[in-house]
Design a protein around this ligand. Structure first.
Ligand SMILES: Cc1cc2nc3c(=O)[nH]c(=O)nc-3n(C[C@H](O)[C@H](O)[C@H](O)COP(=O)(O)OP(=O)(O)OC[C@H]3O[C@@H](n4cnc5c(N)ncnc54)[C@H](O)[C@@H]3O)c2cc1C
Length: 108
C-alpha cells in the first residue's frame, strides 16, 4: 500500500512526488508510461532534430488534417519518458523580470 500515486514523471509529476516524499512517513508511487533515457541528444540544448528521431521516447501524436495546410497533419510533440517533455525539449529558458511578478502581485 502507498499513500499517494502520482501518474506521469514529467516536471509536474516529479515535483509533486518529490515534495510528497520529503515526509519520511509518506510513501509515494510515481508511475511513468515511458522508460528512462540519458544520452547525447537529450542532454544537449537545442538538439531537437536528433531528439525528434527518437520515436521510442515520444507519444507520436498527430493533429488532425489542417484545412489551412492543404489537409496536412502536424506532429504534436510530447515526451513519453522519465522527465516527460522536458527530456525532449529545447532547454530554452527565460529569466523572469522581477517587476512583472511584482506587478501581477499588486493586481491580485
Ligand atoms: C518539443 C517541445 C519543446 C519544448 N521546449 C521547451 C523549452 O525549450 N523550454 C521550456 O521551458 N519548455 C519547453 N517545452 C515545454 C515543457 O517541456 C513542458 O511545459 C513541460 O515538460 C510540461 O511538463 P508536465 O509535467 O506538465 O507534462 P509532460 O512533460 O508532458 O509530462 C507528462 C508525463 O506523464 C506521462 N504520462 C502521460 N499519461 C500517462 C499515463 N496514463 N500513465 C503514465 N504516465 C503518463 C508522460 O509520458 C510524460 O512523461 C517544450 C515542449 C515540447 C513538447
Amino acid at each position: 500500500m502507498v499513500d499517494y500515486i502520482v501518474v506521469g514523471a514529467g516536471p509536474a509529476g516529479c515535483v509533486v512526488a518529490a515534495r510528497l516524499s520529503e515526509d519520511p512517513g509518506t510513501t509515494v508511487l510515481l508511475v511513468e508510461a515511458g522508460g528512462s533515457e540519458r544520452g547525447f541528444s537529450t542532454s544537449m540544448p537545442a538538439a531537437l532534430p536528433f531528439v525528434y528521431q527518437r520515436k521510442r521516447i515520444q507519444w507520436g501524436y498527430l493533429a488532425g488534417p489542417e484545412p489551412h495546410l492543404d489537409g496536412r497533419t502536424i506532429d504534436e510533440k510530447a515526451g513519453r519518458v522519465v522527465g516527460g517533455s522536458s527530456t525532449i525539449n529545447a532547454m530554452i529558458y527565460n529569466r523572469g523580470n522581477p517587476m512583472d511578478y511584482d506587478g501581477w502581485a499588486e493586481t491580485r
